[in-house]
Each structure stands twice: as structure tokens, then as C-alpha cells.
Design a protein around this ligand. Sequence first.
Ligand code: 13P
Length: 236
Amino acid sequence: MAIIASNFKTNHTRKTTKEFVCNVNEYLKNNEILSEVIVFPTSTSLDNFDTVSNLIIGTQNAYAVHKGSYTGEIGTEQLDEFSIKTILIGHSERRHILGETQEEVAQKFNFYKQLGYKIVYCIGEPLEVKKEGLQNTLEYIYEQFVGIDTNYENLILAYEPVWAIGTGVTATNEDIINIHNAIKEKISKPLLYGGSVKVNNVREICSLDNVDGALIGTASWNQEDFIKIIENTKDI
Ligand code: 13P
């Protein structure tokens, strides 16, 4: 069964998130869809949503702390209020825009691992690295596993090439196959692809060998499109 995840990034309000989650939940319930669906709203839109068991709400980020003095961050005290037990870690926007180092990413990973969270862990190379060829790209990606327990039972990986995120440029099937095969040889965990996945290419991408689902930004923010994406992959 495919794993289909939506990363809201900095989009949607509490009101529209609630509508989105309710409608996706109704769709999953009424159509007996078995795929695992994960939605990562903004932290201001987290809530106690009443959902079917295969619709999971996760947080896009949190600090590696229960509570304390970390202005602008949230910790597990805030996540516990909404029974959130799923977190996205290592997204390229946090690495490259917010400046999270591999050391910080690994520290966060280990903190949430100890608490048993489901972790969707992102890896992926920028364009200048891709241009250096497959070997260098893989070396760059392997550096993003430093300090990460790749045997962690609740781990899902997401390969998201930075040059394909939000650009409309999807990686070619060959790009995806090359990277996914290489990662899967080393790490036997579910591996999602992310980067300009759309309604009309999600089925083809998720049908590739060693692709276990998709992590989607832009195309997932419209609830009708997100439901179509789930529909298009329901039997994969
Ligand atoms: P896009 O689907 O907008 O390219 O974003 C992908 C992504 O970053 C998901 O985490």
C-alpha cells in the first residue's frame, strides 16, 4: 500500500486545515482506502482531529525538548495536547533556508526516536551536486544519514531532490530509480519520492520499483487534488 503524505509548509489556516482534514477523512472512510495518508499542517493548525486509523496528522517540525525557553519553537508538551506522534525531520527547506545542520537534525531525530515517534526523514541533493553525477549525489545523500539510526522501526524515508521541490521540474524516472535503488540497497525502510509530484504523475512515480509513496507539497494543498492523488494510487 502506498504512503501518501501532504506537507502544507506555510499554507492553510486553522479553518481551512480543519475542512481539509475532515474531507480527506470522509473520503478515506467512504471509499475504504487502505493507503496510509499523512498530513503535516502548520503547527498553528494542529488539533485533536477525529480521523480514521490510516489518516495520520504529523508536525512539520518541533524542537528536541519537552518544554522550555526556545522562543518560536514548540516541544512535546504542545504536541501531546493533540496526541501528535509523527514528525517530519530533515526537510531541505529547514536544512537550507532555516540553516539546520546535520548535527542538529540528528539530535532532533534521536530525541523523537526515543519517544517512539513515526519519523518521516528527508534527504536530497541540490542542483549543483546533481550536476556532479550519481556517485557524488549518493555521497552527498549518505552524509545526510550521519547520526541517524536507519534501523529505527518507525522510520519512513523521503527522497526529495532540492532542484525538484516547488519548481515544477519532476525528477525523471531514471533519476528516481537510480537513487531509490541505491538507498534501498543500504536501508530497508519505506522510501517516498517528493518534488513536483502532481495528480497526473503520482501514479507513474509510485509504481516505480522501490518507490513506496509520495511526499507532496504544492499539488496537495488543494483538497480535491489531494483526494485525486489518493484515488490515483489507492491500489498500488
Ligand atoms: P512540491 O510538491 O511543491 O515540489 O514540494 C515537495 C516537498 O517539499 C514536500 O515536502
